[in-house]
Design a protein around this ligand. Sequence first.
Ligand SMILES: Nc1ncnc2c1ncn2[C@@H]1O[C@H](COP(=O)(O)OP(=O)(O)OP(=O)(O)O)[C@@H](O)[C@H]1O
Ligand SMILES: O=P(O)(O)OC[C@H]1O[C@H](OP(=O)(O)OP(=O)(O)O)[C@H](O)[C@@H]1O
Length: 230
Amino acid sequence: MMLKLGVPSKGRLMEKTFDWFGERGVVLRKSGSDREYAGEVTGVDGVELVLLSAGEIPRELAAGRIHLGVTGSDLVREKLPVWDNQVAELALMGFGHADLILAVPQCWVDVDVLDDLDAVAAAFRRDHGFRLRIATKYHRLVREFLQDAGVADYQLVDSQGATEGTVKNETAEMVADITTTGATLLANHLKLLQDGLIHKSQATLFKSRIAPWDDQTRSALKTLQTKLAL
Ligand SMILES: Nc1ncnc2c1ncn2[C@@H]1O[C@H](COP(=O)(O)OP(=O)(O)OP(=O)(O)O)[C@@H](O)[C@H]1O
Ligand SMILES: O=P(O)(O)OC[C@H]1O[C@H](OP(=O)(O)OP(=O)(O)O)[C@H](O)[C@@H]1O
């Protein structure tokens, strides 16, 4: 059996993943036309390239349909309930950095840390008759973080994109989203909670603990690990 390596199929994550492997002597490339999601690997035998959406790679690893996969550590933690039972981290790849954070409107001058938020959330519920709304696509990570922080009076509203806009649009009071430069938060008059860093994400090479590892795939992994100096 071939070792299946899942890699993001487009954008910066794909390009930087190709660069990262290329610098280590493993050449990944898209075959066929630009729009065709087929790929090839040279520089190591027994490895097949599978081009997938970054968001689907955690599920494919957990289902054992790919042996290795590159995606953001945030997506693996969000999408897999007990992620470290299902996958193992082989390498932090040093790109795709993004911080998953909690942010509130800049005009909330009394709210700078989670303790302040707890007080405001309780008051909000009393005053409005519903719980303060946090827009996010990272439901699991936000719930776990706020539970550990002892904040309970809130509700999550799902936002799959343009999350920072939900406050202006009055569909949420605050957001939990990823930020890199902070420009989007600033442009939408939001500020970070000082202790509101939920996860520091970066592109990571994961190994599936579920995939069917046979002699051939184990041997391909060994060769790959030597080449990649893991
Ligand atoms: N500035 C950024 N904006 C969005 N994602 C970023 C950024 N920087 C790093 N990332 C990371 O990229 C990954 C998301 O990539 P991408 O949006 O391609 O995934 P996807 O959900 O599969 O997208 P799509 O559904 O459009 O294919 C996450 O791990 C995220 O942390
Ligand atoms: O801190 P910054 O450098 O401003 O980057 C952060 C923004 O980038 C991402 O959005 P993206 O443009 O990928 O679109 P999305 O909101 O549809 O996910 C993310 O969701 C933030 O909105």
